[in-house]
Design a protein around this ligand. Structure first.
Ligand SMILES: Nc1ncnc2c1ncn2[C@@H]1O[C@H](COP(=O)(O)OP(=O)(O)OP(=O)(O)O)[C@@H](O)[C@H]1O
Length: 362
């Protein structure tokens, strides 16, 4: 396997897993017995940080040689090489098969380098999981990460999908993603690793106050946990409630889309109450075109659907990375094709049967 740990690192006994990680993983495994008992490999996303170190130890303890690790080398900061070297050293010492994948992070305007790195990381993990026939990719998010994710969603004015935060298991891109430490307290993981003398590396960018998530972690989380010690449990419960409600909304949207037709018919859309109509259209845009739009754009579309009761009334506006318009009684979405992305964007998105009038504004 490319990029396996250096062979000169002498194997040392693997330290015991932190109890907090072992307990959370055991409870997760009981809820997901199919993955617990499968024979296919489990791929730990191993950054070399405290959380994924705790996960790698707990997973190796429970599943032995089924466990493999993958470290993504982003190459964005100088320290990246040292992170990869640390991951290789640790994996070789503990006898874990590790692959290091170097990725090209495509930096683009209007997208933060962290978001670009995240996308590249998940793509590399998915590709490796498919190639290795892994039963799941294990991510090391824990209960405090979940609080941060819920708070982050609130600071952005997110709806239910955002408040649902991170699921403990999900299918995406043909891969099962699992978060077995979601019930573990990150403070306990670190304290127990430190007490056992297990090394890890701290990513210096995690201390950068320019990043919203870091400000939440460094300034808000300590105060919240002091005032509300139960927050790891209660935030997790709220996230589960939101996820469950979101599941119901998507089921309703799927039913409504059958009745609305493809492309959706305006008459049928107007027969639905506005929140229900937008709920259906959100699923339509996401499932059919892999796109999302802002709240302001959805509200503007809703107003135009309401107004388009006569034949001559046009619908024409920007919706996510495309535009939506009226063709007869149907709603048509077409991607915006910029000069830089002409061929790929045009071929990547299915062309809808109708089309917006030529020369219409975006
Ligand atoms: N460079 C990487 N290579 C492989 N997996 C990674 C990498 N960076 C993060 N991950 C995985 O994604 C999860 C979430 O990433 P995030 O950036 O929130 O964590 P982190 O602060 O880098 O993590 P940590 O303390 O793992 O172990 C991590 O717990 C880890 O499982």
């Amino acid at each position: 396997m490319p990029g396996c740990g250096p062979s000169d690192a002498s194997p040392t006994p693997r330290p015991p897993a932190p109890e907090a990680a072992r307990a959370a993983l055991a409870a997760w495994a009981r809820r997901h017995a199919d993955l617990d008992r499968a024979e296919a490999p489990l791929l730990v996303a191993f950054s070399g940080g405290a959380d994924s170190t705790a996960l790698l130890l707990a997973a190796s303890e429970r599943w032995g040689a089924r466990v493999r690790a993958l470290h993504v080398h982003h190459g964005l900061q100088q320290a990246a090489q040292a992170f990869a070297a640390h991951a290789q050293r640790v994996a070789a010492q503990w006898g874990v098969l590790l692959e290091v994948r170097r990725v090209q992070v495509g930096l683009a305007p209007r997208r933060s380098p962290e978001e670009a790195a995240r996308q590249a990381r998940y793509a590399a993990l998915a590709q490796a999981a498919r190639r290795q026939g892994a039963a799941a990719v294990l991510l090391a998010h824990h209960a405090l990460d979940q609080i941060e994710t819920v708070l982050l969603a609130l600071t952005r004015g997110a709806g239910l999908p955002g408040l649902a935060a991170m699921p403990e298991r999900a299918e995406r891109d043909g891969v099962t993603w699992a978060r077995p430490l979601l019930e573990a307290d990150g403070r306990a993981l670190r304290a127990q690793l430190a007490a056992a003398g297990v090394p890890w590396i701290d990513d210096p960018t995690n201390a950068d106050p320019q990043r919203t998530r870091n400000r939440l972690r460094l300034q808000v989380l300590p105060a919240l946990l002091e005032a509300f010690p139960q927050a790891p449990k209660t935030f997790a419960r709220s996230a589960r409630h939101a996820a469950s409600a979101q599941g119901l909304l998507e089921a309703l949207a799927a039913q409504d889309l059958v009745r609305l037709g493809e492309p959706p018919r305006l008459n049928a859309l107007r027969a639905l109450p506005p929140p229900r109509r937008l709920n259906a259209l959100r699923l339509w845009l996401r499932q059919r075109y892999g796109a999302q739009a802002s709240d302001a754009q959805w509200q503007a579309l809703d107003a135009q659907i309401e107004a388009a009761r006569t034949r001559g009334q046009r619908i024409e506006l920007r919706l996510g990375p495309g535009r939506v318009c009226r063709a007869g009684d149907e709603l048509i979405w077409t991607p915006l094709v910029s000069a830089a992305t002409t061929t790929t964007a045009a071929t990547a998105t299915p062309t809808p049967p109708g089309s917006c009038p030529a020369g219409s504004k975006s």
